[in-house]
Design a protein around this ligand. Structure first.
Ligand SMILES: [Zn+2]
Ligand SMILES: [Zn+2]
Length: 251
């Protein structure tokens, strides 16, 4: 209930009654009722009514309690400190774990980013390769097309050359035939002139481009005849005969 007003007692320390253990103990300075003299310290318990006199008596009553109280205080202080230290350690551990977790998350994020970058790089590389491959294929196709076109061109050129060769050969043959015909005409002319010089009257001198008179024949006419041969002459005679038979005899 009240602190002990003596040197060496903590004002927070409240002693209890040595008889009943109650904390309702009061201290005051008073004169002893049966002894005349100076005032001395008096403790009175409100619960059981025990009264004690004198500083030495009160010290004797309270010192063991004070000792226990001090020990309890120390213990409490120690526990408090321990608790504080523990809490601090726990908080530090939590902070450390949080820090680690943050670092881990950051590392994971960085790894993820690195992976993404790598993937992007790979994709870009693949795209590049694909484009290069397509280009190469297109070039190959182009080359093939050009080669085929060249082959076709060469083939056509060879074909043309063969045809030209053939035409040249035909032209040569025709040339030769024409020269033969010309020679024949010249010979005929020479023979006719010779006959005329010898006094023959009925000698026909064919012009250079004269032909057999039968319509389907292109041969040279024979000497002294419109026709090349007896055959063409007969063909003409038969035609004339047929014409006379079919047409009405009006003339
Ligand atoms: Zn008491
Ligand atoms: Zn003829």
């Amino acid at each position: 209930m009240s602190a002990i007003p003596l040197e060496g007692y903590d004002p927070r320390f409240l002693p209890s009654c040595t008889k009943c253990g109650s904390l309702s103990v009061n201290f005051q300075w008073a004169r002893h009722p049966f002894q005349w003299g100076a005032k001395e310290l008096k403790s009175s318990c409100y619960t059981c009514g025990q009264i004690r006199y004198g500083e030495s008596q009160i010290r004797q009553d309270c010192d063991p309690q004070l000792l226990r109280w001090k020990r309890a205080q120390q213990e409490e202080e120690r526990l408090l400190q321990e608790e504080i230290l523990l809490r601090k350690a726990r908080e530090e551990e939590e902070a450390r774990l949080l820090q680690e977790e943050r670092a881990r998350l950051l590392r994971e994020k960085e790894r993820e980013q690195e992976l993404l970058n790598l993937l992007a790089l790979q994709r870009a590389q693949e795209e590049q390769e694909r484009v290069a491959r397509e280009k190469e294929e297109a070039e190959k196709k182009k080359e093939l097309r050009e080669r085929k076109a060249n082959q076709r061109r060469d083939q056509r050129a060879r074909q043309r050359a063969r045809e030209e060769e053939k035409l040249r050969a035909q032209e040569k043959q025709r040339e030769y035939a024409r020269s033969l015909v010309q020679r024949g005409k010249e010979v005929q002319k020479m023979v006719a002139e010779a006959l005329l010089r010898q006094g023959e009257k009925k000698v026909r001198i064919h012009p250079d481009d004269d032909k057999c008179a039968w319509k389907d024949c292109g041969n040279l006419p024979a000497q002294n005849s419109k026709y090349c041969s007896r055959t063409c002459s007969n063909k003409n005679a038969r035609l004339n005969y047929r014409n006379r038979k079919t047409s009405p005899p009006s003339e």
